[in-house]
Design a protein around this ligand. Structure first.
Ligand code: NAP
Length: 315
């Protein structure tokens, strides 16, 4: 048996088509949603992430503002930047790329973004709305996972869902979204006992751990849906061999590049699961798609514009 691949790139493209129509409708009403991305310093990974978010804005016709203060920026200086963006009418969404340099109080910065422009869904007010099941800006990666499940017709209501990981940005909001969709949810973490046993009861597993290939086939009930949020770059040849022994293309890519991307789910899970998201090309593309969706939603909410049906069905 080989699992159905849940293609994140195709689902992202579907969402972009919907967003293009929504952005055109807003444009006809004189509204052009805008996203401000703040990247402090020169971290190469942050640069890559922010550049792809800006590129997505350009592709969709959203306004984007790229703010790049130096690595020496203080908490007070960054607060001043955030406050200025909070007050600008052409900025609907603000994202501050993490991680921030050590001297900056990240919590203070994230709390300073006004909830109406918090397109990452990290502000405690938006988290509170999520807990209460009220419309809000929801963290992008877990919202993207829900899009994958819904658009792939994976039954959620009544399903046993096991979320492995309890971070504020993925695991916890994921569990809440699944709960609101009427799944029976179990949250696991590093202190959970008998993780494979708990996971084997799941109809849906969401792995958000950050440990390459930790979810092995013995975690998976035959036919279960396995969503892999993890993104880990493997540089070690022995580890690449361990994970991708049965995947010669991946090993060849490792030999050519000196690194290969792995998820939290062992690729041999395809032999047991009913459906799964690959890495890359699964959850990753949805994170940026939902950031775009949140920016459009923030523009609409701030101006009191009504949501079209396609938008209302997204988180
Ligand atoms: P995180 O903040 O480090 O949280 C990891 C979670 O996994 C923690 O709750 C931790 O438990 C749990 N965990 C660690 N080791 C475990 C073990 N052996 N058994 C069970 N649970 C264990 O990570 P994150 O920010 O949620 O990200 C998780 C992964 O998703 C990373 O690989 C990250 O790169 C990736 N990610 C991808 C996207 C995307 O767009 N695709 C977006 C965000 C994150 P404790 O709480 O007990 O420590």
């Amino acid at each position: 048996m080989s699992a159905r691949i849940l293609n994140g790139n195709a689902i992202r493209d579907q969402i972009y088509l919907e967003l293009q129509a929504e952005i055109a409708a807003l444009g006809a009403a004189g509204i052009r949603p805008g996203l401000a991305a703040v990247r402090v310093g020169d971290d190469p990974a942050s640069k890559l992430y922010v550049n792809s978010k800006i590129a997505a804005c350009e592709k969709l016709g959203l306004a984007s503002f790229h703010i790049t203060p130096p690595a020496s920026t203080t908490t007070e200086e960054l607060l001043a930047i955030v406050n200025e963006l909070n007050s600008r009418d052409d900025v609907d969404g603000i994202l501050v790329q993490m991680p921030l340099p050590k001297q900056i109080d990240s919590k203070k910065i994230l709390d300073a973004v006004i909830p109406a422009k918090d397109v990452d869904g990290f502000h405690p007010v938006n988290v509170g709305h999520l807990v209460a099941g009220r419309p809000a800006l929801v963290a992008c990666t877990p919202a993207g996972v829900m899009e994958i499940l819904r658009r792939s017709n994976i039954p959620i209501e009544g399903a046993n869902a096991v979320v492995i990981g309890r971070s504020d940005i993925v695991g916890k909001p994921q569990a809440l979204l699944l709960l609101h969709a009427n799944a029976t949810v179990t949250i696991c973490h590093s202190k959970s006992k008998d993780l494979p046993g708990i996971a084997r009861r799941a109809d849906i597993i969401v792995a958000a751990i950050g440990k390459a290939a930790m979810v092995t086939p013995d975690f998976v009930k035959p036919g279960a849906t396995v969503i892999d949020v993890g993104q880990i770059v493997i540089h070690d040849a022995a580890e690449a061999e361990r994970i991708f022994a049965k995947f010669p293309d991946k090993l060849q890519a490792f030999r050519t590049k000196g690194s290969v991307l792995a998820g939290d789910v062992h690729p041999e899970v395809v032999e047991v699961a009913g459906a799964y998201t690959p890495v890359p090309g699964g959850v990753g593309p949805l994170t940026i798609a939902m950031l775009m969706s949140n920016t459009v939603k923030a523009a609409r909410m701030r101006r009191g514009a009504r949501a079209p049906a396609a938008a209302a069905s997204r988180n």
